[in-house]
Design a protein around this ligand. Structure first.
Ligand code: FAD
Length: 466
């Protein structure tokens, strides 16, 4: 596809569509727009940044881009980890960050309607004030809800509550042609044809631009209790997870972490973790309407852990104590990042009963390749984040080893019936692994879908299906 390079006239036209102070071109553009949270995947400057403030503006920008064959890359907060919001073909970067109003909080139907640029942290605050909960809990709270929807973000509470997709009721979407469509509805049931809403969720801005979102809420649980469970070694720690799942107790979250990652988080945050005497830990949380309701469940889980070789079980039932363990957990990624000049990451997900086997395999690679590898993750849903650290390896060795380890990581995940990405998405960085994992037939179907929505391939080109 040949794209038009922007001219001064195009920039003037865009300034006519939006107001001129919200259109920035060439040297006026902040360098931050050239990458997301993984600059390792390359820097790509857009030719213009447009900060839209309404569905109508987004529609008018898309109509202009469509008529003139200009590529458009939608962007929320740019906290993505696979290069999804990066304009690899230049063109217009369309920021939704200024569309950040909470439009309606419906306490009768338990829904909230927001613009896509609302930050996750602001949504959490607004619904908590009404004693309600938006259950998905991705770690990065400065991400936008639009970005969360477009990556089908997961997070810590997926074990009990599911992921972003499970809470999206309706979307207003601007198609690449500029047409506006409303997908889904306020109803709790819907069997009316193909679910285009669900297709849009997780499509990483390749099929349409989300400009309004209706989300489902639940009553906020009254009690939350966390358990920090130290184990002598990683094997006994990780082998306990399938036992907890089999017991049918349903924790809100089951995370696993190793001592080295905790130490990195302590250093990064300058705060002490409550316990550091063991090599590996499970961190669990439970929620419910009363302490009695969850007491039986967490006591059962505590017994399972102790029988499986846990050294101790620490109960955190105050906000302060919970913060002392969940705070460092939330900083793991940043802590690992700051410990090495460069890194690469993978976000595979395997069936929950295969998590122990996968983590053990990851640990063999560190020794085999002589590369520092750190992993942590959502043990309860099989989603593991693996980070390869460059440290002082020279560029050539790093590149070669990184490629070989990534190949091994993805091949093992596929062998265990896993998927390339549990929650971060494909962007442009993970395309070869997606192809290798799902095969030609599914890629062809996906390309066909992309063509129906975006026949001129102008919306976020070069992502997911290339
Ligand atoms: C420290 C840290 C922790 C993280 N923890 C988690 C976690 O626990 N779980 C998880 O799932 N992710 C996590 N992430 C990844 C990231 O926060 C998510 O992918 C998030 O959903 C991205 O939101 P964003 O607003 O930053 O989107 P961006 O990075 O700006 O964009 C992400 C994708 O969505 C598209 N997009 C954005 N807005 C729109 C829109 N309105 N319409 C159409 N397309 C759009 C972009 O084109 C791009 O493809 C973490 C990241 C960091 C840095």
């Amino acid at each position: 596809m040949q794209y038009k390079k922007l001219t001064n006239a195009d920039v003037d036209n865009l300034k006519g569509i939006c107001s001129s102070e919200r259109v920035h071109a060439w040297e006026e553009i902040n360098e931050d727009y050239s990458h997301d949270e993984m600059p390792e995947y390359g820097y790509y400057m857009p030719e213009a940044v447009v900060e839209a403030v309404s569905t109508e503006e987004v529609s008018a920008v898309m109509k202009y881009a469509y008529e003139n064959s200009i590529p458009v890359t939608p962007r929320g907060s740019g906290t993505g980890l696979c290069g999804g919001a990066v304009p690899i073909y230049g063109g217009i970067l369309l920021s939704l960050a200024k569309m950040n109003r909470i439009l309606e909080l419906d306490e009768e139907n338990l829904t909230v309607t927001v613009e896509p640029g609302v930050l996750l942290m602001d949504l959490i605050k607004a619904v908590n004030e009404k004693d309600l909960l938006y259950p998905p809990d991705p770690g990065e709270k400065s991400a936008t809800i639009g970005g969360n929807i477009m990556t089908n973000a997961g997070g810590m509470r997926a074990v009990k509550y599911g992921v972003t997709r499970d809470y999206v009721m309706a979307l207003t979407v601007v198609l690449p042609s500029g047409e506006i469509v409303k997908l889904g509805s306020r109803t709790t049931k819907n069997s009316s044809g193909y679910s285009l809403k669900d297709l849009m969720i997780g499509s990483e801005g390749t099929l349409g631009i989300v400009t309004e979102i209706m989300l489902k809420l639940i009553p906020a649980p009254k009690e939350v209790i966390s358990l920090l469970v130290p184990f002598r070694d990683l094997d006994s720690c990780i082998d306990t997870v399938p036992k907890i799942i089999k017991s049918k107790a349903v924790p809100t979250a089951i995370e696993f972490m190793q001592k080295e990652v905790i130490e990195a988080a302590e250093e990064y945050l300058g705060k002490k973790f409550p316990d550091k005497s063991s090599d590996a830990y499970l961190l669990l949380s439970f929620d419910g309407t009363s302490r009695e309701e969850i007491e039986n469940i967490y006591e059962e889980v505590a017994d399972i852990c102790l029988e499986a070789g846990a050294v101790d079980v620490f109960i955190s039932d105050t906000e302060e104590r919970q913060e002392s363990i969940w705070g460092p957990r939330g900083a793991f990624l940043e802590a690992i990042k700051s410990s090495t000049p460069s890194m690469d990451e993978c976000d595979v997900v395997v069936p929950r009963n295969k998590i122990a086997e996968y983590v053990r395999y990851v640990n063999t690679l560190e020794k085999k390749y002589g590369v520092r590898i750190r992993s942590f993750g959502h043990a309860g849903d099989g989603n593991i984040h693996v980070y390869l650290c460059k440290d002082d390896l020279d560029d050539e060795t790093w590149k070669t080893k990184c490629k070989e380890i990534m190949k091994a990581l993805y091949e093992k995940a596929i062998e265990l019936d896993g998927q390339v990405s549990g929650e971060h998405g494909i962007g442009h960085a993970k395309i070869p692994y997606l192809r290798g994992s799902i095969g030609d037939t599914q890629i062809t179907l996906m390309r066909g879908i992309k063509k129906v929505f975006d026949p001129k391939n102008i919306l976020n080109p070069g992502k997911i299906v290339g």
